[in-house]
Write a protein that binds this ligand. Structure first.
Ligand code: GAP
Length: 474
């Protein structure tokens, strides 16, 4: 089934997964608030991730660091100098684009090969993100790339645009210190490395996990929640010995684990995911490898997660800039060194979008009267479905039936997110619950009062069977 982004957005708004931010004031471009069901999906994704990595693994611990950090952090990390995108202005209509993305779109839409590009631009990779400004300009002019807004080919020179949001700390206007909203959660982990070593029994290899908000002043946000300016990340910094061979082993292990986790935790279909190893010339000078887990979004493949082997770069930078010793003392060998680090970094906001797209389905079926019907069904993995059970009294005028259903709902709600629906029309209730992806609907009727059984209906197969309430499990 073809799923357009427009269909997904309309469904997400209609069913309370996401709303345009500041809606009653006309919205704020590319800002999305999570509605009640989107919020549940977010909590569920966080929960399965945290449970697997932090609760069940002995070698990873959690952290919750600040969004606002000392500005020196971002000098040390390289964000002040390097965290920028190439911005180009259309001289005619003054619209602004990201040069590398515009080139990438041109390459994809025209099905260009590296050879065909090399006939005009001296590049060694087909990834424009890795090209310099001169190469990007040559491509734009050489292939007469048009402005998507007005069709002109008259571009100004690309310039660096830093993506960090700046704000001021301090109560006197104009006299405060410039600080940044963090553009990633990772640096909060690096700056706490010493604290973690000093206060926990962590021994190399070990990881630190954090979930939180990040902010980036993206030049071309869009595609619903794919690229936004305020979003959640789930990051781990996994510290290993300062030995490249061991680091690469750990990097491979993280790559293999990652795809499996997307499938098992969130239920993302394997055929919609792929790994993309970065070419050597896409890597930063300190990196020994980067691999993206990508998903086939309606507008094409896009990054879900980046897994990077960052060597000792970050700790070394913070050690130099802060003057604090961030070396590790191996208690067994007596060796003292700056650990290497593997960084599996996921976008949580992007994971929510992926879960919505992957789950959305439209299915034809024949109803009880033999008529062909279409239903929208969100086939969320049970782990992340926003509502797990809907309890429906079939006869809303019968106090005993309603009372039984209410008791059952209260009992199940202690363990699961549930809904109680006594609106009366069971067919409508099923359709509504299918659309929000509730795995099971439970109906209470006259037979319940006789033998204590209820009917449980499976969202995916629509099969119904009678069971005892104590047999209800997810
Ligand atoms: N610390 C490494 C880091 O931040 P990244 O590849 O820039 O790496 C990690 O970001 C993940 O965060 C991405 O794989 C993506 O899922 C998510 N992400 C990045 N920018 C985003 C944006 N503007 N909107 C939504 N998600 C974003």
């Amino acid at each position: 089934m073809e799923k357009s982004l427009e269909t997904i957005v309309a469904w997400a708004k209609r069913r309370g997964f996401a709303y345009p931010g500041s809606d009653i004031y006309g919205g704020l471009a590319n800002a999305w608030d999570l509605g009640p069901y989107g919020t549940e999906i977010k909590r569920n994704i966080e929960h399965v991730w945290w449970t697997y990595f932090v609760q069940q693994r002995d070698d990873i611990i959690g952290l919750d660091s600040q969004i606002l950090m000392n500005p020196k952090v971002w000098e040390a990390s390289g964000h002040v100098a390097w965290f920028s995108d190439p911005l180009i202005d259309c001289k005619k209509c003054k619209s602004r684009e990201r040069a590398d993305k515009l080139i990438e779109d041109t390459i994809t839409s025209k099905n260009m090969t590296l050879e065909s590009i090399q006939a005009v631009v001296a590049v060694t990779t087909i990834t424009p993100e890795a090209w310099d400004f001169e190469q990007q300009t040559t491509f734009l002019t050489g292939f007469k790339v048009k402005c998507p807004k007005c069709g002109s080919c008259d571009w100004a020179e690309p310039k660096k645009f830093n993506l960090m949001f700046k704000t001021q700390q301090g109560v006197i206007e104009g006299q405060g210190t410039d600080i940044y909203l963090r553009p990633e959660t990772a640096q909060g982990i690096f700056v706490n490395f010493r604290n973690i070593l000093d206060t926990t029994r962590s021994r190399i290899p070990f990881g630190i996990a954090q979930i939180g908000k990040a902010f980036r002043n993206e030049i071309t946000p869009g595609n619903f929640m794919f690229r936004v300016r305020e979003f959640y990340q789930m990051e781990i910094e996994y510290f290993v010995e300062n030995d490249t061979e061991k680091g690469l082993e750990s990097f491979e292990a993280w790559k293999n684990a990652s795809k499996k986790r997307w499938k098992e935790e969130i239920g993302i279909k394997e055929e919609n995911m792929r790994f993309r190893d970065h070419d050597q010339d896409e890597l930063s000078f300190y990196s020994k490898g980067t691999c993206d887990v990508e998903y086939l979004f309606p507008r094409g493949w896009g990054e879900l997660q980046g897994i990077a082997y960052r060597t000792d770069y970050d700790l070394k930078q913070h050690m130099e800039h802060s003057g604090k010793d961030l070396q590790y003392n191996d208690p067994y060998t007596g060796k003292r060194y700056i650990p290497h680090c593997i960084e599996p970094s996921r976008g949580l906001t992007r994971a929510i979008l992926t879960a919505l797209i992957d789950a959305y389905d439209e299915e034809k079926y024949t109803d009880g009267n033999g008529a062909e019907q279409t239903r929208i069904v969100a086939r969320f993995h049970k782990n992340i479905a926003p509502v797990k059970f809907a309890v429906i009294p079939l006869v809303k005028k019968d106090e005993k039936i309603v009372g039984f259903a209410e008791d059952l709902y209260r009992k199940l709600s202690k363990q699961y997110m549930c809904e109680f629906d006594d609106s009366g029309n069971v067919g409508k209730c099923y359709r509504r619950q299918d659309e929000i992806g509730t795995p099971y609907c439970i109906t209470v009727d006259y037979q319940t009062l006789e033998d204590g059984t209820v009917t449980i209906r499976d969202r995916d197969t629509m099969e119904q069977k009678r069971i005892k309430p104590e047999e209800i499990i997810l």
